[in-house]
Write a protein that binds this ligand. Structure first.
Ligand code: NAD
Length: 488
């Protein structure tokens, strides 16, 4: 379990935060229940003051210097690769091979962000209608708060931090309260690369510290990745603050539409990867499989057969598991309740959700046919539960895919090019794929969603856009003007 827990028998006044909340944060390994890390909750006001003081000098560094320091950061991550991957695996429970892939993504983000800055935020000179030049240059916003989720505790916050630093912002990074150890290690790599702990700080805490960052007057922007509930709460807080930049990367209720294809085995592999990688703890995971009725029997036999073969286990198990546990028992309890709710409201289990040990958060992959339930709950079930819905026509499939308030990813598997064109044109999502899984979006492209999935500020390649604002300048070396009309 991961939680903010009071621990050492310290004097009461030392152990209590401002609101009486204990000021120690402890991270436990989901797979074993063992304590991994503990640290004190940070003082947010002090952190913001430090970041404000550091901002002018960092913003005034030549861009080339900031890029050079960011490249050194990538080298520091390479040096610490094993330790960082090991910590991510222990802290989230994900298999080691997957934690290794996350660290690779952290490193790759550096060159991608340097390219993205050149593409999206480079200085441009345009011919002006009058004499002289029109220049477009970009300025950093100031102090950016990055609020990270637990499921990719290094890669996802890093996807905001790196472009924010390149653009000249100072950054206060609050990792998830469920993954502080991974966040702290990531931040140290920046600091060892020569980017000071004032320019990129890691603060420790939970939602309360997140809220303090959101409302602190010294914070110019909030770069959030997490649940729609928290994202909407933050958007409400900032509703009357158009001066504060807010970018929201939230969850999804992502559909895969399965249409005619002779390649049923490949289709099943794409579906299983999309639904069950990271035990379904990815924002891009497929939650709903929308199947053409005539394909149902053949595809479900393959999908179930493959899901039955999935090994779920602890991060360092041999042979390697496909997926690990839920982040904590609380999450596993919630998913179990949700599965039974679906079952008792018209769902037909194709593959039951199994929890081998009630004391631990491991869950098996589960598949449930929900066609008979008319008002299906449009919520993100952040775990290994795939809901199946049968349809007759492509129009019904597209309508069903759009039957959600979210809009992160939608994939189509099978179908002819003209059918995919119809799907692409009518489905509502920030990422629309054909014969590709819903997961693992490319950070060389924009990554973001619409509806409850985001606020039209995608990350990935377009992160450069929200990390700096464009300034237009008309510039002539000498004043030269005359008024040619309307004078006595
Ligand atoms: P979460 O919303 O519980 O927490 C995310 C971060 O926000 C944490 O650092 C948390 O402390 C902070 N926080 C929570 N409530 C807050 C509030 N009211 N004010 C300020 N800060 C607050 O999310 P999680 O459980 O850690 O992560 C899983 C969720 O994140 C899923 O919904 C998933 O879909 C989503 N996610 C989205 C993306 C994306 O790119 N769109 C990527 C990964 C995860």
């Amino acid at each position: 379990m991961n939680a903010i827990t009071p621990t050492d028998p310290k004097p009461a006044d030392e152990n209590a935060g401002k609101s009486g909340v204990p000021d120690l944060l402890i991270s436990y390994e989901p797979a074993t229940g063992e304590e991994l890390w503990r640290g004190r909750v940070s003082d947010i006001d002090t952190a913001v003051k430090t970041a404000r003081r550091a901002f002018p000098a960092w913003a005034a560094q030549p861009l080339a210097t900031r890029m050079e320091l960011i490249r050194r950061f990538a080298n520091e991550v390479r040096k610490d690769f094993e330790k960082l991957a090991d910590t991510i695996a222990r802290e989230t429970g994900k298999p080691l091979w997957e934690a290794n892939a996350e660290v690779e993504n952290v490193i790759n983000k550096v060159e991608l962000s340097i390219r993205a800055f050149a593409d999206r935020s480079a200085q441009r000179k345009l011919d002006s209608a009058i004499q002289g030049m029109m220049a477009v240059r970009h300025k950093p916003h100031g102090v950016m708060a990055v609020l990270g989720p637990y499921n990719m505790p290094a890669h996802l916050p890093n996807a905001h931090i790196v472009p924010a630093l390149i653009a000249g912002n100072t950054v206060i990074f609050k990792p998830s309260e469920k993954a502080p150890a991974s966040g702290e290690l990531l931040a140290r790599c920046f600091n060892r690369a020569g980017i000071s702990a004032a320019v990129i700080q890691c603060v420790i805490g939970g939602p309360e510290q997140g809220q303090e960052l959101v409302r602190n007057e010294g914070v110019n922007g909030v770069l959030f990745t997490g649940s729609a509930n928290a994202g909407v709460a933050i958007a409400r807080k900032l509703a009357a603050r158009p001066d504060k930049l807010l970018t929201l990367e939230m969850g999804g209720n992502n559909p895969i539409v399965l249409w005619d294809t002779p390649k049923v085995t490949d289709a099943a592999a794409l579906i299983v990867q999309s639904a069950f990688a990271s035990a379904g703890q990815r924002c891009t995971a497929a939650r709903r499989l929308i199947v053409k009725e005539s394909m149902y029997d053949s595809i479900m036999a393959e999908v179930k057969g493959l899901a039955d073969r999935i090994i779920f286990g602890a991060p360092f198990d041999e042979p390697s598991p496909f997926m690990g546990p839920m982040i904590d028992n609380f999450a596993a309890d919630g998913l179990t309740d949700s599965f039974f709710y679906l079952l008792s409201n018209g769902g037909k289990a194709i593959k039951h959700l199994v929890r081998p040990d009630e004391q631990k958060p491991f869950l098996s992959p589960a598949i449930i046919d929900m066609t008979a339930m008319k008002d299906r709950p449009d919520v993100e079930l952040f775990g290994p539960i795939l809901q199946v819905i049968r349809v007759e026509t492509l129009d019904q499939a597209i309508a069903e895919a759009n039957n959600t308030r979210f809009g992160l990813v939608a994939s189509m598997i099978g179908g002819q090019p003209q059918e995919y064109n119809r799907f692409w044109a009518n489905v509502r999502a920030g990422i629309v794929n054909w014969n590709r899984p819903t997961i693992s979006p490319s950070h060389a492209a924009p990554v973001g969603g619409i509806g409850l999935s985001g606020n039209h500020r995608p990350s990935g390649h377009y992160a450069a856009d929200y990390c700096a604002y464009p300034v237009a300048s008309g510039e002539v070396e000498q004043p030269r003007a005359a008024i040619g009309i309307g004078l006595k």
